[in-house]
Design a protein around this ligand. Structure first.
Ligand code: SF4
Ligand code: SF4
Ligand code: SF4
Length: 759
């Protein structure tokens, strides 16, 4: 990933934008953190938050009139946070003020003319920055007389003046600025700030200073137009702060104006969802100000504004504990690693590519696009971990192999107006559903309905292997062309999406839209309970499909509910993006989460959604279960087939279709299939966890039958063998039973090669 594109990605996520209170505060006090600490009863920590930003905080916190209140997001749901009263409470109750640590002296001098709020602030800020400040004023307490004194006492004011003096500011009293500025005395300082309450531009014989920088035509002199009489104290303080910042830049020969768009109160881009926030009125302020309890209660009304919309709605993002702005940086860093551990690989390969985040994010941040680009990058660099997607890619090849694939016209036809494309997961999950659907389509449609039995190549696409996807797309196109470019009927929404990419010129329709069109011809058997509809995530942007499924179900007479996130905002079941291959535990967590969101039984139109939900113990139907009912009286209870069964289902489907539909004998099975095996429970558990197939075990036995290389445990009599048919070494521990059956006790696999081994 290029630096520029990283910046674009980072800028898109607005999670780190300030909350509205902070943006609206003329000094940009972090109201969110302040409220968080007060609500937690941490008064000193809350005070430290104020001290980070406020000059002479004991005064400022007591006189602030909180212009941020109207901008507070709580204003829309009950009333803005009473920030001014909370600040006062904090000032009155804190036990500890953090020590001030001015920067070391810089050897530069500044004169501040006037000791009202702008002048005092400039003196405070400049002294903190290490400048040697001389404050010219009429008398030290002239500012005090102008301040609201409901909460302020002269002693508090005096105390803060002492702090300013301790910071090294020299006070020169009895100064006047009623005439022209003494040019000579100005020459004694590197810069001058003129407090606009003490000396206006007219006094200074200058034209109106720059609003953004307070720069004047006199080099080194910074001033402001005279503020209105009833100007808010915090606005006056902000003038002094702006002057101090300009002087610092002036001394550093830096641009005075660059990047100052946010000096003033501004509109933040931060989005916070308040659609589910209950209105809550402000806690009334007692006559003597908030007590500890009432302050806590008021601060607890703060919404702690943040976005995190995508994270709140995606188990994957939540699992990785940060948010997309941070992820973009982690992924960028990952890409730049030449040697060493790429810690973000798991992050990159665990996204389900479901695109919910793009729909939910107010800025349309697409983690899907970020992660798929990152995957392509890893593949291109040759550093994609082989283990991430290997099983899925091998499964794709198997589905496309002679053992499972079919590409034929309808029996008795020389051409195909249509071609049914059930994908590879429906045949693996429920081969009868494929047979029934195909038979219905052949009976219903005219012009011939061919059958394309193979994988849509989504695993190649999702794993980021561009060359492989191109190769698979060419194969798909060639199959499609050999049938005369029929209209493709896809059973799976993911297939639809992938086929559109692979063969963009093909007309693709959904099985569900056709079933909807011909719904009068269907004789469904409806379930007894009301199921909840699970839209597959790949259907999210297919408005027609989403609508047709609902029309179909409704017109079939099925009552169903919808989870909160449905249709355009549906959640992935945990299969998308090959998550179950890259991060099985997370895939399970996602499936469990989704299952918990469906009231009662689920009903869906994606074989993988059904099977992954079923794996969590959720009762779930495929719509085909009610359209083409089988003898199974409780199809929602069907368990998810194991990996080996999924393969066997595909092979058997091909054999049965060839024999029953086309009356053609199928290819004989490989010899190793005749080996008799049975399994202990432990072995079966290992096989599922480690994705070791029956065929892997039988191939290992077959190989060892030839070499005779067997280890024997003389205590148990168990035999141990290994074989490396692909890039994986398989180990099998067995004992012979009933003369010719291999009872498998345990199985393992690893990527390491055994040196000196049989293969
Ligand atoms: S709700 Fe809290 S964080 Fe949000 S704007 Fe108001 S004070 Fe700030
Ligand atoms: S694409 Fe899906 S899984 Fe990936 S981050 Fe977005 S919502 Fe989460
Ligand atoms: S939804 Fe997510 S990606 Fe979008 S701005 Fe919010 S935190 Fe960032």
């Amino acid at each position: 990933m290029e630096q520029n594109s990283l910046r674009e990605w980072e800028a898109k996520c607005i999670q780190e934008e300030p909350p509205r209170c902070k943006a609206a505060c003329p000094l940009h006090v972090d109201g969110r953190e302040f409220c968080k600490q007060i609500a937690a009863g941490q008064v000193d920590k809350a005070w430290a938050v104020l001290c980070r930003t406020l000059p002479f905080p004991a005064v400022t916190a007591r006189i602030c009139d909180a212009p941020c209140k109207n901008s507070c997001l709580r204003e829309k749901v009950g009333g803005g946070i009473e920030m001014a009263d909370l600040e006062r409470f904090c000032a009155e109750n804190t036990k500890r003020t953090p020590p001030f640590r001015p920067l070391p002296p810089r050897g530069k001098t500044v004169a501040v003319l006037g000791g009202f709020l702008p002048g005092l602030t400039a003196a405070w800020d400049l002294a903190k920055k290490g400048f040697t400040v001389t404050l010219f004023l009429k008398n030290t307490y002239e500012a005090f007389e102008t301040l609201p004194q409901e909460w302020l006492t002269v002693d508090i004011f005096k105390h803060e003046i002492e702090v300013i003096k301790k910071m090294g500011v020299t006070f020169v009293e009895n100064s006047t600025f009623d005439d022209t500025l003494d040019e000579e005395s100005l020459k004694n300082f590197d810069a001058v700030f003129a407090d606009p309450i003490a000396c206006s531009p007219e006094n200074l014989k200058i034209s109106t200073p720059s609003l953004t920088t307070l720069e004047t035509e006199k080099k080194g002199l910074f001033a402001a137009s005279q503020p209105e009489k009833n100007a808010s104290p915090i606005t006056l303080i902000a003038i002094g702060r702006k002057g101090a910042l300009s002087i610092e830049r002036f001394m550093q020969n830096a641009s005075l104006s660059a990047g100052r768009e946010r000096d003033e109160p501004f509109e933040t881009k931060l989005f916070t969802n308040i659609s589910k926030v209950e209105p809550l009125a402000p806690i009334a302020v007692p006559k003597n100000g908030y007590t500890a309890d009432s302050a806590k209660e008021e601060a607890a009304r703060c919404l702690l504004c943040e976005c995190m919309e995508c994270v709140k709605n995606c188990v994957y993002l939540e699992n990785f504990k940060e948010y997309p702005k941070i992820f973009a940086r982690q992924i960028y860093n990952n890409a730049s690693i030449v040697m060493g551990t790429r810690r973000a690989n798991k992050l990159i390969n665990s996204c389900m590519l479901c695109d919910l985040c793009t729909e939910i994010c107010p800025e349309s941040f697409s983690m899907k696009n970020l992660c798929i680009e990152a995957r392509k990058d890893l593949v291109e660099q040759g550093v994609m971990p082989q283990s991430a997607h290997e099983f899925a890619l091998r499964d794709m090849e198997f589905a496309d192999s002679e053992a499972c694939a079919i590409n034929r016209h309808q029996n008795g036809f020389e051409q195909s107006e249509w071609a049914f494309f059930p994908g590879c997961q429906l045949p693996a999950s429920d081969p009868d559903a494929v047979k029934n659907s195909y038979s219905f389509l052949c009976d219903t449609l005219t012009g011939g309905t061919g059958l394309m039995l193979r994988c849509c190549s989504a695993p190649a696409d999702w794993s980021g292997i561009v060359d492989l996807f191109d190769k698979k797309s060419t194969e798909l196109r060639s199959d499609w062309e050999s049938l005369g470019k029929p209209k493709i009927i896809a059973a799976c929404p993911s297939c639809m999406e992938t086929l559109h990419k692979a063969i963009p010129e093909a007309e693709i329709t959904s099985l569900w839209s056709l079933l909807c069109l011909y719904r009068k011809n269907l004789n469904p058997v409806l379930p007894k309970s009301i199921p909840a509809l699970q839209d597959p995530c790949s259907a999210r942007h297919n408005e027609k499909l989403l609508a047709d499924v609902r029309i179909l179900l409704t017109d079939l007479g099925l009552e169903f509910t919808e989870p909160e996130l449905s249709g355009l905002h549906t959640e992935c079941c945990g299969f998308g993006g090959l998550l179950s291959d890259a991060n099985e535990p997370l895939s399970q967590k996602v499936a469990e989460h989704r299952a918990s969101k469906l009231d009662g039984d689920g009903i869906t139109y994606c074989a993988m959604c059904r099977d992954l939900l079923a794996k969590t113990g959720k009762r779930c139907l495929n719509i085909l279960d009610i359209i083409f009912p089988s003898e199974n009286t409780d199809p929602a209870a069907r368990t998810a087939p194991r990996y080996s069964t999924r393969r066997e289902n595909r092979v058997r489907l091909k054999e049965q279709m060839l024999e029953n539909v086309w009356k053609t004998p199928s290819t004989p099975r490989p010899a190793y299939e005749a080996i008799k095996v049975s399994y202990t429970e432990e072995a079966q558990k290992h096989m599922e966890e480690r994705r070791i197939l029956v065929s892997d075990i039988k191939k290992t036995i077959e190989a060892v039958q030839k070499t005779g290389k067997v280890l024997e445990n003389t205590d148990t009599g168990h035999k141990l063998i290994y074989h490396r048919p692909v890039t994986v070494t398989y180990w099998v521990e067995y004992e012979m039973v009933d003369g010719d059956t291999y009872l498998i006790h345990r199985v393992w696999s690893h990527r390491m090669k055994i040196l000196g081994g049989s293969k």
